[in-house]
Structure formats: structure tokens, C-alpha cells
Design a protein around this ligand. Structure first.
Ligand code: DAH
Length: 352
């Protein structure tokens, strides 16, 4: 058979293949082991020398053409199969898929994100600290020595003591990150101002009821600079509460005792439920205690490696659950850890 006859023979066979299986069989016959096509191309060696170039060229062209014909026929079958599938079912590729279920953010996360955004916009940095903390950072460094009654008031979950190491505990507040941060920054060469916020989870061995949880969230704040005063503290707290409670607020300071601040304050906000007229939430006082705070104690600055003669600072420790409860009118703190989806789905903000 000459080249033209071979070409036609093979192309006809390909065109005649009735289905993908038949086509695969032809593929094997033509190109498989001992395939007809490569064999034909190799037959060039049997020819007289002067005929070889012309034959080789023609044979190769046929080979390429047959390969292309096979591929094209394979594609035809695939397209026909898809068309048949589409015609036979109700599948509509233009229809949007089922909506994927998306979770919502926990209300504490929503408020925490807002607070962090607000504070970072005011030049604060977000700091983090360990939940398993040393006795030193949780107490001693914060001017709460071993025999101090303030230790008793924070019912601590102690970790099993490890020989040779100090005792560890589940941190009872986010305040230990104050000294951690100061120490780290002084090691790196302290540059005032230092402005940080520390949102985080804390633990106390509390009996759980409507207003107490063993696991809760705080957000610590710390500012250290030259000439920081109570006026700066009040201004910062007012700005923060205005944003988070979404209305103008009045605040007042009462003395409060915390060993790591001097003077220490309890900051109250006028009751958002009755605008200060008196109601059951504020126990008819018109005020809600919201934020313990104060001017950083010189001993604490010293523990952080900062000279209290040159610098002053203020600190605050916001109970995030309390702020969330005020913001959304939630009356039972147990809801937050309860895992009841009906509760959680009421806060529509989705993860960002
Ligand atoms: N750490 C305290 C607590 O959990 C709250 C607190 C009070 C933090 C006064 C502060 C502060 O930073 O200045 O009871």
C-alpha cells in the first residue's frame, strides 16, 4: 500500500469508530506496541537510498494527521457525551449553588474586634500573653506579694507545681501582660510612649451564676509616657465607652483598690437602660460600674524596667462580658459559654 492508500485507510477507520471503546481499539492498533503507523514510518529503511527522504517526509505527515484525527474524534465523543448528559437531566449549570452555611462571630469577638480597631486607631498596639501564667507575673510583679489579701480575692486555679520552677496558674486577669510587655520593650530599648491593649481569656475558680463565670474575657490597657495623668485616662475611657455603647456617655470615678495602681479607681458610666434616671439594671443608682483602672504603681513600672521618676502611666482592665451584656441587653453571663446556637445566631456579624 502506498502512502495515500494507507492514509485513507486509517482515516476511514477512525471516522467509522462507533463509540469510545472502538476508537480506543483503533488507537492501540495504530499506535500501540507494534502499531501500524510507526511500523509504516520505519519501513523507510527498506527503500533505496534516493527514495528515502521523500517517503520519510510523507510518512511523517501522515502520522501527524492520523494522530490529530484520533484526538478530534475523541473530543467529538466527549462533547456528545456531555450534551447527552445535559439533555437527559435537569442539571442547570447556570443555577447558583446551595448557599453554604456560614457561622457568625461570637458577641464577645464582635465587641473585642471593635475595641481593638478603636484602640489601634488611637495608636495602641495589640499585645498577647499566655493563659498559663507564672505566679510572678500574675501576682508578684503586680505588687501583690505572697501574703497579700488580694490573692485571696482572686480564686485562683493553680497548676501542679513543677520541681525547681516557680508555681504556675491559669491567669486570673490580663494584667500580667503589663509587666511582660514593659520588660520586653525595655530589653529592646524602651521608647515612650508605650500604648498597648491586651484582650484575652482569664480564669477564676468561681461558683457560676448569672453574673459570675469561671472563664471570662478581659481587655487590659496600658499607657506609659512622660506626664501621663488621670485626665488622659478619663478621656481615653470616655472615648472607648462612647464607641462601644454607641451613644454619648457620662462617667464618674470612685476610689477603688488594686495593688498595681495608685490611685486606683472604679469608673462608672451612666446607665444606658434608663439614661441615669434609675432602673433595676443600675439598682436605682443611675450608674453602672464598668471599668477598674488607675495610675500605674511605681513598683510595677520598676518591675517593667521603667523609671517611675521619669515616667507615669495609666492602666485599665475591662470585663468584656460586662460590656457586651450592656451593649446587647443580655442578662445572664452563662449564655456566653453555653454554646446555645439560638443565642449565638442572634449576632449577625459574619467572620471577616
Ligand atoms: N486586673 C484587675 C482584675 O481583674 C482589673 C484591673 C484593675 C486592671 C485596675 C487594671 C487596673 O489594669 O488598673 O480584677
Amino acid at each position: 500500500m502506498d502512502t495515500t492508500a494507507r492514509r485513507e485507510h486509517w482515516l476511514r477507520a477512525i471516522a467509522a469508530a462507533a463509540d469510545p471503546a472502538a476508537l480506543a481499539a483503533i488507537d492501540t492498533r495504530l499506535f500501540g506496541p507494534k502499531g501500524e503507523v510507526p511500523e509504516f514510518v520505519r519501513s523507510v529503511t527498506a527503500l533505496p537510498k534516493d527514495e528515502r527522504p521523500a517517503f520519510g517526509k510523507a510518512a511523517n505527515a501522515v502520522k501527524v494527521e492520523v494522530e490529530q484525527a484520533l484526538a478530534a474524534r475523541r473530543e467529538q465523543f466527549a462533547a456528545a457525551a456531555l450534551a447527552q448528559e445535559l439533555a437527559g437531566s435537569a442539571f442547570d449549570p447556570t443555577e447558583p449553588g446551595p448557599r453554604a452555611a456560614r457561622g457568625t462571630l461570637h458577641p464577645i469577638t464582635i465587641v473585642q474586634n471593635e475595641l481593638v480597631d478603636l484602640f489601634t486607631s488611637m495608636g495602641f498596639r495589640w499585645e498577647d500573653g499566655p493563659e498559663v501564667e507564672s505566679e510572678y507575673f500574675n501576682f508578684d510583679a503586680l505588687n501583690i506579694p505572697g501574703d497579700h489579701p488580694a490573692r485571696e480575692s482572686q480564686d485562683t486555679f493553680w497548676c501542679k507545681a513543677q520541681p525547681g520552677l516557680g508555681r504556675n496558674l491559669l491567669r486570673t486577669h490580663t494584667s500580667p501582660v503589663q509587666v511582660r510587655t514593659m520588660q520586653r520593650l525595655t530589653r529592646q530599648g524602651f521608647h515612650a510612649p508605650l500604648k498597648v491593649v491586651v484582650p484575652g481569656r482569664c480564669f477564676r475558680s468561681e461558683t457560676v451564676d448569672k453574673t459570675h463565670e469561671h472563664t471570662f474575657y478581659q481587655m487590659e490597657g496600658l499607657v506609659v509616657d512622660r506626664d501621663v495623668s488621670t485626665a488622659n485616662l478619663i478621656h481615653t475611657m470616655k472615648t472607648c465607652l462612647r464607641v462601644i455603647l454607641e451613644r454619648d456617655v457620662q462617667v464618674r470615678l470612685r476610689p477603688g483598690f488594686f495593688p498595681f495602681v495608685e490611685p486606683g479607681f472604679e469608673l462608672d458610666v451612666n446607665c444606658p437602660f434608663c439614661s441615669g434616671r434609675g432602673c433595676s439594671v443600675c439598682k436605682q443608682s443611675g450608674w453602672i460600674e464598668i471599668l477598674p483602672c488607675g495610675m500605674v504603681h511605681p513598683n510595677v513600672l520598676r518591675q517593667g524596667g521603667i523609671d517611675p521618676e521619669a515616667y507615669t502611666g495609666f492602666a485599665f482592665g475591662m470585663g468584656l462580658q460586662r460590656v457586651v451584656m450592656l451593649r446587647y441587653g443580655i442578662d445572664d453571663i452563662r449564655q456566653f459559654m453555653g454554646g446555645d446556637l439560638r443565642f449565638l445566631r442572634q449576632f449577625p456579624e459574619v467572620a471577616r
